[in-house]
Design a protein around this ligand. Structure first.
Ligand SMILES: Nc1ncnc2c1ncn2[C@@H]1O[C@H](COP(=O)(O)OP(=O)(O)O)[C@@H](O)[C@H]1O
Ligand SMILES: [Mg+2]
Length: 429
């Protein structure tokens, strides 16, 4: 597209986004990142949220679970706009984005790599050669297969869907009698009517040795085959359903541990053949070094990519997601050394969420950057394993010069803030 301004010829550059992240504030930051870099965003997706309308140049509605229809729409948009790239911010669209990039000749990763990114069994299967990094694991589809697999994998173990995200359907197996209950629940959860993510790999599960250690994630990019590590995040997850509760950037691991985490991350990303994407790798650090949980071919959610990494390092993570998609050089220089973190406030029981309490002091302290309300007051909330998306009602982001200072701020969230939940008729609260 060309237009003339002040007599000179200006070429507008257009980038394709496939859906937006579900958390609106993250979606907003992704659109703003593209705008700051001078791109117009063309959005291909199932729907466009109201807030995004002024920031999107054209929205093309398509069922993005329909691959052929989505690729056909992307071709039409490319013919019209001469797209510079297709950016990926979401988990479910990793394979579609790779397919569109390949089809249009834009920077992306191979479809094999994209499948490895999306399917936890295929991912681990491609990494069997890495010594001492993987848990023992097996693919299972029913209780009989799980029983056989657990004989090899041992207990304690974790069984989970191969293609989900957001801790939907993570079941710890600690004793033989846990197997029945876990598979019973998983057969109800791993269905498209429970969550559309299950349109992709359905009722397919992976059982893994339970890994001990401190949980962390690695945030980085691959561009033209070169792996760049931006930072490492320390995280805390809930017991027993492993919702992510707290994130701190950067990790407090000592330098030699961080070096090993970085080196193993590069081995994993290289072996999976990820390319031209952001990645978010999750692992545990324990007595036996790094033990791998999973890796995603997109930026971290839970405000890690959108807020925590920029606050702690000065690296604008989402701008680099756009750059990597467009084949532009990355800008990964750290301009500060701060500590940024996030703590969720949880609904402690099911019922009607009436609102959050105890946020006043937090709002007044300059160490806290953001308070995000994740669930509207008045919502009837259920807890895992009935619902995996309603327990984390408020997210609070803080930053401090020191790690101790950050921990003190996040500790205040736990002691001062709480969710008021009242019983709903006919149900115990
Ligand atoms: N093998 C394992 N050992 C110990 N904990 C695990 C294991 N697999 C998963 N978990 C826990 O469950 C969480 C979610 O699992 P993950 O595979 O990352 O699924 P999701 O795609 O939903 O994030 C992890 O962050 C971790 O806390
Ligand atoms: Mg995970």
């Amino acid at each position: 597209m060309h237009d003339t301004r002040g007599g000179c010829f200006v070429t507008e550059r257009h980038i394709l986004f496939v859906n937006l992240r579900r958390i609106q504030r993250e979606g907003l930051e992704s659109l703003l990142a593209a705008r700051r870099l001078g791109y117009r965003v063309i959005l291909l997706g199932r729907s466009i949220p109201e807030f995004a309308k002024p920031l999107v140049h054209e929205f093309r509605q398509v069922d993005t679970y329909d691959r052929a229809a989505s690729i056909a729409a992307a071709r039409e948009l490319h013919a019209e706009y001469n797209l510079v790239g297709v950016a990926n911010f979401t988990e479910v669209d990793v394979q579609l984005v790779a397919a569109i990039a390949a089809d249009l000749g834009l920077p992306g990763m191979s479809e094999t790599a994209a499948l490895r990114a999306r399917n936890k069994y295929v991912m681990k299967d491609a990494l069997r050669h890495l010594d001492g990094v993987l848990p023992r694991f097996a693919k299972v589809s029913d209780l009989a297969e799980l029983r056989v697999a657990v004989e090899e994998v041992g207990l304690p173990a974790v069984v989970k869907p191969t293609g989900a995200s957001g801790s939907k359907g993570i079941f710890e197996l600690r004793a033989p009698e846990d197997l029945d209950a876990a598979m019973e629940r998983l057969s109800q959860i791993a269905r498209p009517d429970f969550d559309p993510v299950f349109k992709q790999f359905g009722a397919e599960f992976i059982v893994e040795e339970f890994l001990e250690g401190d949980e962390l994630s690695v945030e980085g990019f691959v561009s033209g085959g070169e792996v760049h590590i931006v930072t490492i995040t320390d995280k805390v997850t809930s017991v027993p359903f492993h919702l992510e509760l707290e994130h701190k950037v950067p990790s407090a691991l000592p330098a030699d541990a961080r070096a090993e985490v970085s080196a193993t991350t590069k081995d994993i990303v290289g072996a999976l053949e990820f390319d031209n994407c952001a990645f978010h790798l999750e692992a545990k650090w324990g007595d036996r070094g790094l033990r791998f949980i999973e890796i995603a071919g997109r930026p971290a959610g839970d405000y890690i990519g959108s807020h925590l990494v920029p606050l702690a390092t000065g690296v604008n993570y989402f701008e680099n997601v756009v750059r990597v998609a467009a084949g532009e050089e990355l800008r990964l220089e750290h301009d500060r050394q701060l500590n940024a973190g996030l703590r969720f406030v949880l609904a402690e029981r099911a019922g009607r969420f009436e609102g959050a309490e105890g946020l006043e002091g937090i709002g007044e302290d300059p160490g806290f950057d953001h308070v995000f309300h994740e669930v509207p007051a008045g919502t009837e909330v259920s807890l895992p394993p009935e619902n995996f998306g309603q327990q984390r009602v408020v997210a609070v982001i803080a930053r401090h010069v020191t790690r101790e200072g950050l921990e003190a701020l996040l500790g205040r969230v736990t002691t001062e803030a709480s969710a008021r939940v009242s019983p709903v008729d006919g149900r115990s609260g």
